[in-house]
Write a protein of this length. Structure first.
Length: 292
């Protein structure tokens, strides 16, 4: 079972702050999505509304074709894991896991036990006594073991060290391939997860800037390097996101697909064309001067 998501003019207002601004978006079920945005862009607010942690101010959100808020049948199929894990600090780790097992209809106890061993979680410790990394690992175990048809990880892995994050990505992909579902990963560590993502959603100021297959978005970013005059001539009329100059050499980041003829012209002009990492592309696309 997988769950798709449909948003129509979704708005969320906190007093004087509009966290989500008439956002419209459709996410088909059964894919891994990357939700990208700068701090304050609305990522956590969006995840909270989709998971029915809070109602929207206006507009519509449908999960599996139904409004999720105060809908027990749908909510039981959604698992949102935030960085803190959303567990009681006074509980022991074993109690937090047992609680999830009782209320998650798709809970896989064998997977949970294996992940507890892999991340070396101390079952007898209270959550409040866990390090930040261990608490993040607990969130990962809860999220993956829930096997929820819609699972959302909201920066849950930020507290983990690099080897633990790598283990998380490995476990997530392996379990997703064996048990397909809809997974949303909200993260700042873009290059670490890019190989997992089938589609990317970039939001800013509560609105969707881009929603595209990951490979399509990456192909639209091109670095152009060469003699400054030749670079300037070639990029005239193109969308330039960034420019770096060193002596007589210029490197420009452009956004937009280049056709075969343009690529031949670049080669003839002695220019070097190269890919742009998704994280760099994200930084340029959401730069302050482009957001204002």
């Amino acid at each position: 079972m997988t769950l798709g998501i449909e948003l129509s003019r979704l708005t969320l207002q906190y007093k004087d702050t509009r966290a989500l601004d008439e956002m419209s978006l459709r996410l088909d079920g059964g894919k891994i999505y990357g939700l990208l945005g700068r701090n304050g862009s609305g990522k956590t607010s969006l995840a909270s509304v989709i998971a029915a942690f809070r109602p929207q101010t206006s507009g519509e959100v449908l999960v599996g074709g139904q409004p999720p808020f105060e809908n027990a049948d749908i909510v039981s199929q959604i698992c949102l894991i935030r960085e803190g894990g959303d567990v009681f600090d006074s509980d022991r780790v074993s109690v937090a896991l047992n609680f999830a097992a009782r209320f998650r209809p798709n809970w896989d106890a064998d997977l949970a036990a294996r992940l507890v061993d892999r991340f070396e979680l101390p079952l007898r410790k209270r959550v409040s006594a866990l390090s930040r990394g261990m608490r993040s690992a607990l969130g990962v175990v809860l999220g993956l073991s829930s096997r929820a048809p819609l699972t959302i990880f909201d920066e849950v892995h930020l507290g983990m060290d690099a080897p633990s994050r790598a283990a998380f990505y490995e476990e997530l992909l392996a379990d997703y391939l064996e048990h397909p579902r809809t997974i949303i990963i909200s993260t700042h560590l873009i290059e670490e997860v890019v190989s997992l993502l089938e589609e990317v959603v970039i939001i800013d100021k509560g609105r969707v800037l881009f929603h595209e297959p990951t490979d399509d978005l990456r192909e639209r970013g091109v670095s152009v390097t060469g003699p400054s005059a030749a670079v300037a001539e070639f990029t005239a009329g193109l969308t330039v996101l960034n420019e770096r100059i060193l002596g007589g050499t210029t490197q420009v980041t452009t956004f937009g697909e280049l056709g075969a003829e343009q690529r031949r012209a670049a080669k003839a002009a002695g220019l070097e064309l190269g890919p742009v990492p998704l994280q760099d592309l994200f930084i340029h696309l959401t730069a302050k001067e482009r957001r204002s």
